[in-house]
Design a protein around this ligand. Structure first.
Ligand SMILES: [Zn+2]
Length: 463
Protein backbone atom coordinates (compact mmCIF):
# COMPACT_ATOMS: atom_id res chain seq x y z
CA UNK A 1 0.00 0.00 0.00
CA UNK A 2 1.36 3.43 -0.94
CA UNK A 3 1.95 5.99 1.73
CA UNK A 4 -0.30 8.54 0.08
CA UNK A 5 -3.17 8.12 2.51
CA UNK A 6 -4.46 11.58 3.36
CA UNK A 7 -2.57 12.68 6.43
CA UNK A 8 -4.65 15.22 8.31
CA UNK A 9 -3.19 18.68 8.24
CA UNK A 10 -1.90 20.20 11.42
CA UNK A 11 -3.28 23.44 12.74
CA UNK A 12 -2.16 25.91 15.37
CA UNK A 13 -4.99 27.69 17.11
CA UNK A 14 -4.24 31.23 18.23
CA UNK A 15 -6.36 33.00 20.88
CA UNK A 16 -5.97 36.50 22.16
CA UNK A 17 -7.67 38.10 25.11
CA UNK A 18 -8.23 41.81 24.59
CA UNK A 19 -9.90 44.72 26.26
CA UNK A 20 -12.66 45.12 23.70
CA UNK A 21 -13.89 41.58 24.14
CA UNK A 22 -17.24 42.70 25.46
CA UNK A 23 -17.94 44.54 22.22
CA UNK A 24 -17.01 41.86 19.73
CA UNK A 25 -18.16 38.93 21.84
CA UNK A 26 -14.86 37.24 21.29
CA UNK A 27 -13.87 36.27 24.82
CA UNK A 28 -11.12 33.71 24.87
CA UNK A 29 -13.43 30.80 25.72
CA UNK A 30 -15.71 31.64 22.85
CA UNK A 31 -12.73 32.03 20.51
CA UNK A 32 -11.44 28.63 21.62
CA UNK A 33 -14.76 26.87 21.08
CA UNK A 34 -15.31 28.40 17.65
CA UNK A 35 -11.77 27.70 16.49
CA UNK A 36 -11.77 24.09 17.67
CA UNK A 37 -15.12 23.56 15.98
CA UNK A 38 -13.72 24.92 12.72
CA UNK A 39 -10.75 22.54 12.94
CA UNK A 40 -13.07 19.60 13.58
CA UNK A 41 -15.28 20.50 10.61
CA UNK A 42 -12.33 20.69 8.26
CA UNK A 43 -10.64 17.59 9.64
CA UNK A 44 -7.51 19.35 10.88
CA UNK A 45 -5.42 18.07 13.77
CA UNK A 46 -4.99 20.69 16.45
CA UNK A 47 -1.24 20.53 17.10
CA UNK A 48 -1.21 23.26 19.74
CA UNK A 49 -3.23 26.14 21.14
CA UNK A 50 -1.44 29.43 21.81
CA UNK A 51 -3.02 32.09 24.04
CA UNK A 52 -1.84 35.64 24.70
CA UNK A 53 -3.28 37.87 27.36
CA UNK A 54 -3.18 41.21 25.62
CA UNK A 55 -5.55 43.27 27.74
CA UNK A 56 -3.48 46.44 27.57
CA UNK A 57 -4.89 46.95 24.05
CA UNK A 58 -1.54 48.40 23.11
CA UNK A 59 -0.46 47.33 19.68
CA UNK A 60 3.19 47.57 20.67
CA UNK A 61 3.15 45.24 23.61
CA UNK A 62 4.98 42.04 22.72
CA UNK A 63 2.91 38.90 22.43
CA UNK A 64 5.21 36.05 23.52
CA UNK A 65 2.89 33.21 22.53
CA UNK A 66 2.29 34.72 19.10
CA UNK A 67 6.06 34.95 18.53
CA UNK A 68 6.49 31.36 19.74
CA UNK A 69 3.78 30.21 17.35
CA UNK A 70 5.35 31.90 14.32
CA UNK A 71 8.70 30.31 15.17
CA UNK A 72 6.97 26.93 15.41
CA UNK A 73 5.36 27.47 12.00
CA UNK A 74 8.74 28.34 10.56
CA UNK A 75 10.12 25.10 12.04
CA UNK A 76 7.41 23.14 10.22
CA UNK A 77 5.09 22.53 13.16
CA UNK A 78 1.84 23.24 11.32
CA UNK A 79 0.44 24.13 7.91
CA UNK A 80 -2.52 26.17 9.11
CA UNK A 81 -3.09 28.88 11.67
CA UNK A 82 -6.63 29.20 12.94
CA UNK A 83 -7.85 32.37 14.62
CA UNK A 84 -11.23 33.83 15.42
CA UNK A 85 -10.70 36.89 13.24
CA UNK A 86 -7.72 38.46 11.50
CA UNK A 87 -7.70 41.16 14.16
CA UNK A 88 -6.99 38.51 16.84
CA UNK A 89 -3.94 37.55 14.86
CA UNK A 90 -2.46 40.87 13.87
CA UNK A 91 -3.11 44.42 14.92
CA UNK A 92 -0.51 46.19 12.91
CA UNK A 93 0.22 46.26 9.22
CA UNK A 94 3.88 45.52 9.81
CA UNK A 95 2.85 42.37 11.69
CA UNK A 96 0.68 41.36 8.80
CA UNK A 97 3.59 41.86 6.41
CA UNK A 98 5.66 39.49 8.56
CA UNK A 99 2.86 36.97 8.39
CA UNK A 100 2.64 37.34 4.61
CA UNK A 101 6.39 36.73 4.33
CA UNK A 102 6.05 33.64 6.47
CA UNK A 103 3.12 32.41 4.39
CA UNK A 104 5.07 32.88 1.19
CA UNK A 105 8.08 31.06 2.63
CA UNK A 106 6.29 28.12 4.22
CA UNK A 107 2.95 27.89 2.40
CA UNK A 108 1.16 28.63 5.67
CA UNK A 109 -2.60 29.09 5.38
CA UNK A 110 -4.72 31.32 7.59
CA UNK A 111 -8.24 30.25 8.49
CA UNK A 112 -10.57 32.31 10.62
CA UNK A 113 -14.02 31.66 12.01
CA UNK A 114 -15.20 34.81 10.29
CA UNK A 115 -13.81 33.75 6.90
CA UNK A 116 -10.51 32.54 5.50
CA UNK A 117 -7.78 34.85 4.39
CA UNK A 118 -5.68 33.45 1.63
CA UNK A 119 -2.33 35.19 1.93
CA UNK A 120 -1.03 33.33 -1.13
CA UNK A 121 -3.00 35.46 -3.59
CA UNK A 122 -2.94 39.21 -4.31
CA UNK A 123 -6.66 39.49 -3.61
CA UNK A 124 -6.34 37.66 -0.30
CA UNK A 125 -3.43 39.78 0.80
CA UNK A 126 -5.42 42.91 -0.06
CA UNK A 127 -8.30 41.68 2.09
CA UNK A 128 -5.85 40.95 4.91
CA UNK A 129 -4.44 44.43 4.67
CA UNK A 130 -7.87 46.04 4.69
CA UNK A 131 -8.80 44.08 7.81
CA UNK A 132 -5.51 44.94 9.47
CA UNK A 133 -6.01 48.65 8.74
CA UNK A 134 -9.40 48.54 10.37
CA UNK A 135 -8.08 46.53 13.30
CA UNK A 136 -5.54 49.25 13.91
CA UNK A 137 -8.33 51.77 14.33
CA UNK A 138 -9.79 49.53 17.00
CA UNK A 139 -6.53 49.49 18.90
CA UNK A 140 -6.45 53.23 18.79
CA UNK A 141 -9.85 53.55 20.36
CA UNK A 142 -10.03 53.10 24.07
CA UNK A 143 -11.84 50.45 26.02
CA UNK A 144 -14.77 51.43 28.21
CA UNK A 145 -12.92 50.97 31.48
CA UNK A 146 -10.05 53.07 30.30
CA UNK A 147 -12.51 55.75 29.19
CA UNK A 148 -14.02 56.08 32.63
CA UNK A 149 -10.60 56.44 34.21
CA UNK A 150 -9.76 59.07 31.64
CA UNK A 151 -12.91 61.02 32.34
CA UNK A 152 -12.04 61.13 36.01
CA UNK A 153 -8.51 62.29 35.27
CA UNK A 154 -9.94 64.95 32.97
CA UNK A 155 -12.24 66.33 35.62
CA UNK A 156 -9.27 66.74 37.92
CA UNK A 157 -7.22 68.38 35.16
CA UNK A 158 -4.63 65.62 35.21
CA UNK A 159 -2.82 64.53 32.04
CA UNK A 160 -4.46 61.88 29.90
CA UNK A 161 -1.42 59.65 29.80
CA UNK A 162 -0.49 57.93 26.59
CA UNK A 163 2.12 59.33 24.28
CA UNK A 164 4.34 62.08 25.61
CA UNK A 165 3.03 65.47 24.47
CA UNK A 166 5.51 67.55 22.51
CA UNK A 167 6.90 70.28 24.79
CA UNK A 168 6.56 68.27 27.99
CA UNK A 169 8.26 65.36 29.73
CA UNK A 170 6.58 61.96 29.72
CA UNK A 171 4.63 62.80 32.90
CA UNK A 172 2.77 65.34 30.75
CA UNK A 173 3.39 68.05 33.36
CA UNK A 174 7.10 68.91 33.45
CA UNK A 175 8.06 71.35 30.69
CA UNK A 176 10.70 70.26 28.20
CA UNK A 177 12.34 73.65 27.71
CA UNK A 178 13.87 73.00 24.29
CA UNK A 179 10.63 71.76 22.74
CA UNK A 180 8.58 74.33 24.62
CA UNK A 181 10.73 77.03 23.02
CA UNK A 182 9.85 75.65 19.58
CA UNK A 183 6.17 75.58 20.46
CA UNK A 184 6.07 79.16 21.77
CA UNK A 185 7.98 80.41 18.75
CA UNK A 186 5.59 78.61 16.40
CA UNK A 187 2.53 80.26 17.95
CA UNK A 188 4.08 83.70 17.49
CA UNK A 189 5.21 82.93 13.94
CA UNK A 190 1.85 81.57 12.84
CA UNK A 191 0.14 84.59 14.37
CA UNK A 192 2.37 86.70 12.10
CA UNK A 193 1.50 84.73 9.00
CA UNK A 194 4.03 81.86 8.92
CA UNK A 195 2.73 78.68 7.28
CA UNK A 196 2.40 75.38 9.09
CA UNK A 197 4.68 73.87 6.50
CA UNK A 198 7.45 76.32 7.39
CA UNK A 199 7.03 75.48 11.09
CA UNK A 200 7.23 71.76 10.30
CA UNK A 201 10.36 72.32 8.27
CA UNK A 202 12.01 74.34 11.04
CA UNK A 203 11.23 71.74 13.70
CA UNK A 204 12.51 68.96 11.46
CA UNK A 205 15.67 70.91 10.65
CA UNK A 206 16.24 71.35 14.38
CA UNK A 207 15.78 67.56 14.81
CA UNK A 208 12.94 68.27 17.23
CA UNK A 209 10.81 65.40 16.00
CA UNK A 210 7.44 64.21 17.32
CA UNK A 211 7.51 62.23 20.55
CA UNK A 212 7.06 59.12 18.40
CA UNK A 213 10.26 60.12 16.59
CA UNK A 214 8.61 61.04 13.30
CA UNK A 215 9.20 64.15 11.22
CA UNK A 216 6.57 66.85 11.44
CA UNK A 217 4.06 67.63 8.70
CA UNK A 218 1.78 70.61 8.37
CA UNK A 219 -1.12 68.57 9.71
CA UNK A 220 0.71 67.27 12.77
CA UNK A 221 1.94 70.80 13.53
CA UNK A 222 -1.65 71.97 13.19
CA UNK A 223 -2.66 69.29 15.69
CA UNK A 224 -0.14 70.68 18.19
CA UNK A 225 -1.04 74.34 17.78
CA UNK A 226 -4.78 73.67 18.00
CA UNK A 227 -4.39 71.61 21.15
CA UNK A 228 -5.77 73.53 24.18
CA UNK A 229 -3.17 71.72 26.31
CA UNK A 230 -0.67 74.44 25.32
CA UNK A 231 -2.93 77.11 26.85
CA UNK A 232 -3.01 75.05 30.07
CA UNK A 233 -6.45 73.63 29.43
CA UNK A 234 -7.59 70.07 29.91
CA UNK A 235 -9.83 68.55 27.26
CA UNK A 236 -11.92 65.44 27.31
CA UNK A 237 -13.29 63.99 24.08
CA UNK A 238 -12.50 67.19 22.25
CA UNK A 239 -14.11 69.55 24.77
CA UNK A 240 -12.24 71.81 27.17
CA UNK A 241 -13.28 70.71 30.67
CA UNK A 242 -11.21 73.13 32.75
CA UNK A 243 -7.75 74.24 33.82
CA UNK A 244 -5.01 71.62 33.70
CA UNK A 245 -2.45 70.64 36.30
CA UNK A 246 0.41 71.38 33.89
CA UNK A 247 1.83 74.83 33.03
CA UNK A 248 0.64 76.56 29.86
CA UNK A 249 3.22 77.32 27.17
CA UNK A 250 1.28 80.27 25.70
CA UNK A 251 -1.31 82.68 27.05
CA UNK A 252 -4.99 82.31 26.23
CA UNK A 253 -5.10 85.22 23.75
CA UNK A 254 -2.23 83.89 21.67
CA UNK A 255 -3.79 80.47 21.67
CA UNK A 256 -7.21 81.75 20.57
CA UNK A 257 -5.74 83.95 17.86
CA UNK A 258 -3.79 81.05 16.37
CA UNK A 259 -6.75 78.72 16.62
CA UNK A 260 -8.88 81.20 14.68
CA UNK A 261 -6.20 81.53 11.99
CA UNK A 262 -5.88 77.76 11.68
CA UNK A 263 -9.62 77.31 11.39
CA UNK A 264 -9.63 79.06 8.02
CA UNK A 265 -7.69 76.75 5.67
CA UNK A 266 -9.19 73.69 7.31
CA UNK A 267 -12.61 74.97 6.45
CA UNK A 268 -11.60 75.48 2.87
CA UNK A 269 -10.60 71.85 2.41
CA UNK A 270 -13.51 70.31 4.26
CA UNK A 271 -16.19 72.33 2.50
CA UNK A 272 -14.79 72.06 -0.98
CA UNK A 273 -17.29 70.17 -3.08
CA UNK A 274 -16.20 70.97 -6.61
CA UNK A 275 -13.82 68.02 -6.65
CA UNK A 276 -13.51 65.33 -9.22
CA UNK A 277 -11.26 62.92 -7.35
CA UNK A 278 -11.13 61.29 -3.97
CA UNK A 279 -7.92 62.34 -2.26
CA UNK A 280 -6.36 65.54 -3.61
CA UNK A 281 -5.72 67.96 -0.69
CA UNK A 282 -6.78 65.22 1.75
CA UNK A 283 -3.95 62.73 1.44
CA UNK A 284 -0.49 63.74 2.58
CA UNK A 285 2.99 63.17 1.26
CA UNK A 286 5.00 60.91 3.59
CA UNK A 287 8.19 62.81 3.07
CA UNK A 288 7.40 66.49 3.47
CA UNK A 289 3.90 66.35 4.91
CA UNK A 290 2.45 68.47 2.12
CA UNK A 291 -0.92 67.48 0.67
CA UNK A 292 -1.13 65.82 -2.74
CA UNK A 293 -2.66 67.03 -5.99
CA UNK A 294 -3.94 65.05 -8.93
CA UNK A 295 -1.86 64.92 -12.09
CA UNK A 296 -1.60 62.82 -15.22
CA UNK A 297 1.33 60.94 -16.70
CA UNK A 298 2.26 61.24 -20.35
CA UNK A 299 0.24 58.09 -20.96
CA UNK A 300 -2.84 59.62 -19.39
CA UNK A 301 -2.69 57.65 -16.13
CA UNK A 302 -3.98 59.63 -13.19
CA UNK A 303 -1.42 60.05 -10.41
CA UNK A 304 -1.18 61.65 -6.98
CA UNK A 305 1.76 64.01 -6.75
CA UNK A 306 3.17 65.84 -3.77
CA UNK A 307 2.09 69.46 -4.07
CA UNK A 308 5.20 70.92 -2.43
CA UNK A 309 8.04 68.99 -4.00
CA UNK A 310 8.58 66.04 -6.28
CA UNK A 311 8.65 63.57 -3.40
CA UNK A 312 6.01 61.25 -4.80
CA UNK A 313 4.04 60.53 -7.92
CA UNK A 314 2.00 57.35 -7.82
CA UNK A 315 -0.97 55.80 -9.53
CA UNK A 316 -4.16 57.18 -8.04
CA UNK A 317 -6.78 54.54 -8.79
CA UNK A 318 -5.52 51.64 -6.66
CA UNK A 319 -5.01 54.07 -3.77
CA UNK A 320 -8.60 55.29 -4.08
CA UNK A 321 -9.93 51.74 -4.23
CA UNK A 322 -7.99 50.70 -1.16
CA UNK A 323 -9.02 53.72 0.93
CA UNK A 324 -12.67 53.25 -0.04
CA UNK A 325 -12.52 49.57 0.90
CA UNK A 326 -11.09 50.42 4.31
CA UNK A 327 -13.80 53.03 4.94
CA UNK A 328 -16.56 50.63 3.98
CA UNK A 329 -15.14 47.86 6.15
CA UNK A 330 -14.78 50.19 9.13
CA UNK A 331 -18.30 51.58 8.82
CA UNK A 332 -19.74 48.09 8.44
CA UNK A 333 -18.52 47.12 11.91
CA UNK A 334 -21.13 46.88 14.63
CA UNK A 335 -19.49 49.63 16.67
CA UNK A 336 -19.42 52.17 13.83
CA UNK A 337 -22.07 54.25 15.58
CA UNK A 338 -19.43 55.12 18.20
CA UNK A 339 -17.80 57.26 15.55
CA UNK A 340 -20.71 59.68 15.46
CA UNK A 341 -20.91 62.58 17.83
CA UNK A 342 -23.77 62.12 20.26
CA UNK A 343 -25.55 65.34 19.45
CA UNK A 344 -24.27 66.43 16.07
CA UNK A 345 -27.50 68.19 15.14
CA UNK A 346 -27.88 70.14 18.38
CA UNK A 347 -24.27 71.15 18.28
CA UNK A 348 -24.65 72.44 14.74
CA UNK A 349 -27.71 74.51 15.60
CA UNK A 350 -25.97 76.03 18.61
CA UNK A 351 -22.97 76.98 16.47
CA UNK A 352 -25.17 78.48 13.78
CA UNK A 353 -26.94 80.62 16.39
CA UNK A 354 -23.59 81.72 17.77
CA UNK A 355 -22.39 82.71 14.28
CA UNK A 356 -25.58 84.69 13.66
CA UNK A 357 -25.00 86.57 16.93
CA UNK A 358 -21.47 87.49 15.91
CA UNK A 359 -22.65 88.72 12.50
CA UNK A 360 -25.19 90.94 14.24
CA UNK A 361 -22.48 92.44 16.40
CA UNK A 362 -20.40 93.13 13.27
CA UNK A 363 -23.40 94.92 11.74
CA UNK A 364 -23.78 96.95 14.91
CA UNK A 365 -20.15 98.06 14.63
CA UNK A 366 -20.69 99.23 11.06
CA UNK A 367 -23.81 101.15 12.09
CA UNK A 368 -21.95 102.69 15.02
CA UNK A 369 -19.24 103.90 12.66
CA UNK A 370 -21.73 105.35 10.16
CA UNK A 371 -23.55 107.18 12.89
CA UNK A 372 -20.34 108.54 14.36
CA UNK A 373 -20.81 106.80 17.70
CA UNK A 374 -17.65 104.72 17.26
CA UNK A 375 -14.19 105.66 15.98
CA UNK A 376 -12.53 103.86 13.08
CA UNK A 377 -9.60 102.41 15.13
CA UNK A 378 -12.04 101.09 17.73
CA UNK A 379 -14.20 99.49 15.06
CA UNK A 380 -11.17 97.98 13.33
CA UNK A 381 -9.97 96.45 16.55
CA UNK A 382 -13.33 94.99 17.57
CA UNK A 383 -14.22 93.77 14.12
CA UNK A 384 -10.90 91.96 13.68
CA UNK A 385 -11.57 90.11 16.90
CA UNK A 386 -15.16 89.32 15.93
CA UNK A 387 -14.16 88.15 12.49
CA UNK A 388 -11.60 85.77 13.95
CA UNK A 389 -14.26 84.51 16.32
CA UNK A 390 -16.73 84.09 13.47
CA UNK A 391 -14.23 82.12 11.41
CA UNK A 392 -13.58 79.79 14.32
CA UNK A 393 -17.28 79.22 14.90
CA UNK A 394 -17.95 78.64 11.21
CA UNK A 395 -15.10 76.16 11.01
CA UNK A 396 -16.49 74.31 14.00
CA UNK A 397 -19.89 74.25 12.33
CA UNK A 398 -18.31 72.87 9.18
CA UNK A 399 -16.79 70.08 11.23
CA UNK A 400 -20.15 69.36 12.84
CA UNK A 401 -21.71 69.12 9.38
CA UNK A 402 -19.09 66.78 8.22
CA UNK A 403 -19.30 64.40 11.11
CA UNK A 404 -22.93 64.28 10.08
CA UNK A 405 -21.83 62.87 6.73
CA UNK A 406 -21.14 59.60 8.56
CA UNK A 407 -24.66 59.32 9.93
CA UNK A 408 -26.54 58.08 6.88
CA UNK A 409 -23.75 55.64 6.05
CA UNK A 410 -23.62 54.10 9.49
CA UNK A 411 -27.40 53.96 9.74
CA UNK A 412 -27.81 52.23 6.40
CA UNK A 413 -27.93 48.45 6.41
CA UNK A 414 -25.60 48.24 3.45
CA UNK A 415 -22.65 50.58 3.78
CA UNK A 416 -21.14 49.61 0.43
CA UNK A 417 -24.34 50.37 -1.43
CA UNK A 418 -24.89 53.70 0.31
CA UNK A 419 -21.27 54.61 -0.30
CA UNK A 420 -21.69 53.94 -4.01
CA UNK A 421 -24.50 56.50 -4.14
CA UNK A 422 -22.48 59.29 -2.47
CA UNK A 423 -20.85 61.89 -4.69
CA UNK A 424 -17.13 62.62 -4.48
CA UNK A 425 -17.65 65.60 -2.18
CA UNK A 426 -19.59 63.51 0.33
CA UNK A 427 -17.04 60.71 0.20
CA UNK A 428 -14.28 63.19 0.83
CA UNK A 429 -16.14 64.53 3.87
CA UNK A 430 -16.46 61.04 5.29
CA UNK A 431 -12.79 60.25 4.72
CA UNK A 432 -11.81 63.56 6.27
CA UNK A 433 -13.98 62.86 9.31
CA UNK A 434 -12.51 59.39 9.80
CA UNK A 435 -8.87 59.33 8.91
CA UNK A 436 -5.65 60.90 7.76
CA UNK A 437 -4.24 59.17 4.68
CA UNK A 438 -0.50 59.37 4.07
CA UNK A 439 0.96 58.17 0.79
CA UNK A 440 4.36 56.51 0.93
CA UNK A 441 6.69 56.00 -1.95
CA UNK A 442 6.25 52.58 -3.52
CA UNK A 443 9.35 50.44 -3.89
CA UNK A 444 11.28 51.24 -7.05
CA UNK A 445 10.32 48.97 -9.92
CA UNK A 446 7.29 47.53 -8.19
CA UNK A 447 4.35 47.54 -10.58
CA UNK A 448 1.53 46.07 -8.53
CA UNK A 449 -0.20 48.05 -5.83
CA UNK A 450 1.28 47.65 -2.35
CA UNK A 451 -1.34 48.61 0.26
CA UNK A 452 1.30 48.96 2.95
CA UNK A 453 2.43 52.12 1.14
CA UNK A 454 -0.86 53.77 2.09
CA UNK A 455 -0.84 54.71 5.75
CA UNK A 456 -4.15 55.23 7.48
CA UNK A 457 -4.30 57.05 10.78
CA UNK A 458 -7.70 56.99 12.47
CA UNK A 459 -8.82 60.31 13.84
CA UNK A 460 -10.80 58.76 16.70
CA UNK A 461 -7.44 58.25 18.37
CA UNK A 462 -7.05 61.96 19.20
CA UNK A 463 -6.95 62.83 22.87
ZN1 LIG B 1 6.34 65.87 -0.49
Amino acid sequence: MAATVNTPQRAFVYLRQSLDRAGSGAAVERQREDCLKLCAERGWDVAQVFTDNDVSASSRKPRPEYARMLAAVDAGGAEIVVAWHVDRLTRRLTELEELIDLAQRTGLRIATVTGDVDLSTDAGRLVGRILASVARGEVERKGARQKRAQQQAAEQGRPAGGRRPFGYASDGVTVNEVEAGHVREAYVDVMHGASLKSVARRWNDAQAFTSAGNPWSHSTVRGVLKNPRYAGLRTYRGEVVGPATWPALVDADTFEAVRAILAVPERRTTLSTARKYLLPSLALCWKCGSDVATGHTRHGKRVYVCRAGKCISRKAEPVDDFVEAVVIERLSRSDAADLLTESGGDELRALQAKAAGIRERLDDLATGLEEGILTLPAVRKSSARLRAELQAVEAEAANAVHTDALGPLVASGDVAETWARLDIGQRRQVIDALMVVTLLKPEAGRRDFAPDTVEIHWKSDQS
